[in-house]
Design a protein around this ligand. Structure first.
Ligand SMILES: [Zn+2]
Ligand SMILES: [Zn+2]
Length: 277
């Protein structure tokens, strides 16, 4: 299928495997007319992506994906924020705070592991992770240093709750995230509601002010897509969709355009951004 829009893509600005410009080029090759770049907790890839979109003739919608632990903290709700003002204001401050939090958490984990004799190097971890450093990069450093065979083993042995290198991440609440997106003039959309596995949190997100549900997603069944599309429509919310591609070799190894929505969804997003705040 050619044409359409994919409103959920990751790049090397967070945990994707393609640079922003490469992701835009591949999306163009897949026949997409519009895409949104939605890296985790950072707007760092947007400038490059928008410039590549202008060069290649594909519409690039600036976005971000924020992770909000809920309940006992084992469940994470992901919030997509589209068309926000990213350069300054409340969302920029929030992203800066998350970036500092990521750095401080990585440093704390490395220190804990070193104290137990696992001599990995914080500089190496930061070189692997850049702006968006996280546990995956520490896992990679543990593998490089020979303390684990695979990234998965490194997670299981060192980096999950109850293991020696586990440090909980600072919490961003769902309502805080939704509010920051709205204050930045953007459109908050609940990402992949089916992956939360508890519709209580979907209802909570709607009550807290999300303006849309990502009904169409690579990991949703047809039945889930239909259910959340109906749910959104009944409440006057946007119905969006995206592949969540992290690049063809990434952690969700699908091509951009694996999930597509019609361009009328882009029109509705743009109209909603005018009303947000
Ligand atoms: Zn997500
Ligand atoms: Zn995602």
């Amino acid at each position: 299928m050619a044409g359409g829009a994919d409103l959920h893509l990751h790049t090397t600005a967070s945990d994707g495997t393609l640079s922003p410009a490469e992701m835009v080029a591949l999306s163009r090759e897949q026949g997409l007319v519009a895409i949104a770049i939605t890296d985790h907790d950072t707007a760092g890839g947007l400038r490059e992506a928008v410039a590549a979109g202008e060069r290649l003739g594909i519409q690039v919608i600036p976005g971000v994906e924020l992770s909000c632990p809920v309940g006992d903290g084992r469940t994470e709700v992901h919030l997509l924020g589209y068309l926000c003002r990213f350069d300054d204001g409340p969302l920029a401050e929030l992203l800066a705070r998350l970036r500092r939090g990521r750095f401080e958490r990585a440093a704390a984990i490395v220190e804990r592991l070193r104290a137990r004799g696992y001599a990995i190097d914080l500089d190496r971890v930061l070189a692997l992770g850049g702006e968006s450093v996280g546990r995956a990069h520490i896992a990679q450093a543990l593998v490089e240093a020979g303390y684990a065979q695979t990234v998965k083993e490194a997670f299981d042995r060192f980096l999950v709750p109850g293991r020696p290198g586990y440090v909980p991440r600072p919490r961003l609440t769902l309502s805080e995230a939704i509010q920051a997106v709205r204050e930045a003039g953007g459109v908050p959309v609940l990402a992949h509601p089916g992956l939360i596995r508890d519709d209580h949190w979907v209802a909570a997100a709607i009550a807290a002010g999300v303006m849309g549900l990502e009904a169409y997603h690579t990991d949703h069944s047809a039945a889930q897509a239909e259910k959340y599309a109906r749910w959104a429509e009944a409440r006057g919310l946007l119905v969006t969709g995206g592949s969540d591609s992290h690049g063809p070799r990434g952690s969700r190894p699908v091509l951009p355009g694996h999930v597509r929505v019609g361009l009328e969804v882009v029109e509705r997003l743009l109209a909603a951004a005018g009303r947000a705040g």
